[in-house]
Ligand binder design. Structure first.
Ligand code: ATP
Ligand code: MG
Length: 240
């Protein structure tokens, strides 16, 4: 059983989910031979910066985005918990459900991984799953060993078909892929400025955003994000 289960976990704020997220999941699914991919929207701590759309809307959009994608699931694990999301807590929960660390692949972009040192339960959480780090436009995989020298020895580049995959210990797996140059911030900005978001998100998500009037008042006139900015806003899924 163990060797054949490869469960990807794609965490994020997903405010909203866009084509960059989908490309990230597809790249991981293909490179790692994932049998399932759980897309897990994060819960915002009540005393911290809030996402612009409610957890209900963010989950609904994730559910719309996974329609027709074999193996992909919208996963409400972190929203059900009713507490702030920490990746470590999610990984320990999955262990309680019977998954071993080497069956789990936490999928994230290189921009998020460079902050890993600030995540709750670092460095122990790195033992909770493989971390599959995918390049993002502007954030190259090749830069990671230099930016995170303490972790360089744990970084590997392997493909699903390679002998000895997955590694027998939780590893940091680097995946080079071309993903759409989109961010949720850019989607929200376009909406607030009255532009269409066609092509940045899947059709169902676009319809959901339009039908519910989401992200219409996100930005001030100066084009700045109206929410107070903080590095934590980018790390909702793992912040400590
Ligand atoms: P925001 O602009 O609000 O920060 P975002 O587009 O960065 O949103 P997040 O929800 O913060 O999206 O990111 C969730 C995960 O998806 C992170 O691991 C992030 O690195 C990754 N990710 C987001 N966009 C891309 C992209 N275009 N290519 C590759 N990875 C991405
Ligand atoms: Mg982000």
């Amino acid at each position: 059983m163990g060797a054949s289960r490869r469960i990807g976990i794609l965490g994020g704020t997903f405010d909203p989910i866009h084509h960059g997220h989908l490309d990230l999941g597809i790249a991981a699914q293909q490179a790692l031979g994932l049998t399932r991919l759980l897309v897990v929207p994060a819960n915002a701590p009540p005393h911290r910066l809030q996402p612009f759309a409610s957890a209900f809307h963010r989950f609904a959009m994730v559910a719309l985005a996974v329609v027709g994608r074999p193996g992909w699931c919208a996963c409400d694990l972190e929203l059900q918990r009713g507490a702030p999301s920490y990746t470590s807590t999610t990984l320990w929960s999955l262990h309680e459900f019977g998954y071993t660390p080497t069956e789990l692949f936490f999928v994230l972009g290189a921009d998020a991984f460079v902050d890993i040192g600030a995540w709750k339960d670092y460095p122990e959480l790195l033992g909770g799953a493989h971390f599959a780090v995918v390049s993002r436009p502007g954030y190259q995989i090749d830069d990671l060993p230099g930016r995170l020298p303490a972790l360089a020895s744990r970084m590997v580049r392997v493909a699903a078909a390679t002998e000895g995959f997955p590694p027998s210990d939780p590893s940091i797996i680097l995946i080079d892929a071309l993903t759409a140059d989109v961010s949720s911030t850019a989607v929200r900005r376009r909406r607030a400025e009255g532009h269409r978001i066609t092509g940045l998100v899947v059709r169902g998500v676009e319809q959901h955003i339009e039908q519910h009037g989401l992200y219409l008042a996100t930005f001030h006139d100066g084009g700045q994000d109206s929410r107070p900015t903080s590095p934590a806003a980018d790390r909702l899924h793992g912040q400590s």
